[in-house]
Design a binder for this molecule. Sequence first.
Ligand code: NI
Length: 138
Amino acid sequence: MSELSRIGVAIDSELLEKFDRLITRRGYENRSEAFRDLIRDELVEESWKSPDSVVVGTVTLVYDHHVRLLSEKLTDFEHDHHKSILSTLHVHLDHDHCLEVIVVRGRAAAVQKIADTLISTKGVKHGRLTITSAGGEI
Ligand code: NI
């Protein structure tokens, strides 16, 4: 970690009260950690916008495994992208439904494309991509 810098921030009192209530609800013990997390979140979001930056994403899918050939189709796709897909977690939610969390690392544009393909596969009921930093810049 690099050395700490102290900064002063002028902020509207009402806005600060709202912020304090928010961070208390979220379990922060002080403003500094909350500010740091907000800044990191913005930096990760910004890097995601640059298609060449390397990011890690988790794709969460819920699907009905009775849909014909769906499990096979998803597995085939994951094998085709084995260099980008680091790990897959599978949970049998109930008699019909499966939940899968797929961890993908690569350039932002490629991760987005893999997520879009998985989420838009016919039979997938819900899907979501969460992007985080590959760790280097934050
Ligand atoms: Ni299952």
